[in-house]
Design a protein around this ligand. Structure first.
Ligand code: KG4
Ligand code: ZN
Length: 344
């Protein structure tokens, strides 16, 4: 089955074609970062308007890439939620309208299920069951995954998401939105151990996370350095703070992932979402999982952040199993993942 995937939940328009037999056939993305950068974050109304302009040209682009025609598309998958309601509305309306015009089924996909399954787009995917760490701009969750739609939440952030903390700390250091990649680059020049930031919630049992205290700790460190230098932070101060912050986030995530594997008795770990593109996190988890005798999987960097391929893939799994939507267009800005239907 050839499935068109449409992702418009936030600030990226992602379109892809996925074939249940041949795999990924085409994939294109338009990022709105340049449009939002002056505001230091995503402006929802601007995001929705831009998605409207991008969706159809990107669909033509992926059809060309794949050497296919509209008539070859056998189903449409679009992101139904969670996300910005206006942005979701664009993908849902276009997706449903096209499916109706082409007389093919459509399905609304959960954005985080898309992220969770994105590592399956790579060679040598692992089989269910496994533990998934979902780390994006809006979510930080540990999930026991027994199959598609069989998600048991093990723990989550009680305040900020990991990606959100990266973005806020980046702003404190004068880096542009989105902050994750910028912090990671700056941290490479940082001195290990000059500052030691706390590893939140690792000294007590459980699998929940917290990142807002770390944010305040960073802010206080920035203020202290400023006082000491009497002017702006030096380049080295900024790099050392970025390094200390990233090391703390990575350590906290690694400790909780090890605990989740031990608690569930599972050996396989998947990481997904924008923060899973972080090299330091990948390296730390690789070494932890190797010590546990397990396996780690993640997607290539462009499929860690928002993209159409993950939506086409996740939608395809459900459509092939016979699931699809009714005619109504209902974006769901808040949507717990454990409410999803299982695919048997
Ligand atoms: O999954 P995603 O593209 O969108 C959401 O669903 O939220 O994640 C975006 C988040 C942003 O907060 C961004 O700063 C973070 O992922 N991110 C990273 C890296 N690349 C993106 N964080 C740390 N290191 C990275 N290399
Ligand atoms: Zn996302």
């Amino acid at each position: 089955m050839v499935v068109l995937g449409i992702e418009t939940s936030c600030d990226e328009t992602g379109i892809a074609l996925y074939d249940s037999k041949k795999g990924l056939l085409g994939d294109a993305l338009f990022s709105q970062i340049d449009m939002h950068v002056d505001y230091g974050g995503v402006v929802p109304e601007l995001a929705s308007r831009d998605h409207i302009q991008r969706v159809l040209p990107l669909i033509s682009e992926v059809l060309d890439q794949a050497g296919l025609k509209k008539a070859d598309i056998e189903a449409v998958a679009y992101t139904r939620g969670p996300g910005l309601v206006g942005a979701l509305m664009v993908g849902a309306c276009v997706g449903k309208a096209l499916a109706w015009a082409w007389d093919v089924p459509s399905i609304g996909v959960h954005h985080m299920e898309g992220h969770l399954l994105a590592p399956m787009l790579e060679d040598n995917p692992i089989a269910f069951p496994f533990v998934a760490l979902l780390v994006s701009g809006g979510h930080t969750q540990l999930v026991q995954v027994d199959g598609i739609g069989q998600y048991h939440l093990l723990g989550e952030s009680v305040d900020d998401a990991a990606g959100e903390a990266f973005d806020k700390v980046a702003a404190m250091l004068g880096l542009d939105y989105p902050g994750g990649p910028a912090i990671s680059l700056l941290a490479e020049k940082g001195t290990e151990g000059r500052f030691r930031f706390p590893r939140p919630m690792t000294d007590r049992p459980g699998l929940d996370f917290s990142f807002s205290g770390l944010k305040t700790f960073t802010l206080n460190t920035v203020a202290k350095c400023r006082e000491a230098s009497d002017v702006e932070l030096s380049e080295q101060d900024r790099a050392d703070i970025a390094r200390a912050f990233q090391d703390a986030v990575v350590a906290a995530l690694t400790i909780k992932c090890r605990r989740a594997l031990q608690q569930t008795g599972m050996k396989q770990l998947i990481i997904a979402g924008g923060v899973s593109a972080n090299t330091s996190l990948r390296e730390s988890l690789e070494s932890m999982v190797a010590k546990e005798g397990g396996e780690l999987r993640y997607a290539r960097p462009q499929f860690c952040t928002d993209n159409g391929a993950m939506i086409a893939y996740a939608g395809c799994q459900r459509l092939v199993a016979g699931q699809n939507d009714g005619p109504e267009v209902v974006p769901v800005p808040r949507w717990p993942m454990d409410q999803l239907e299982a695919v048997n």
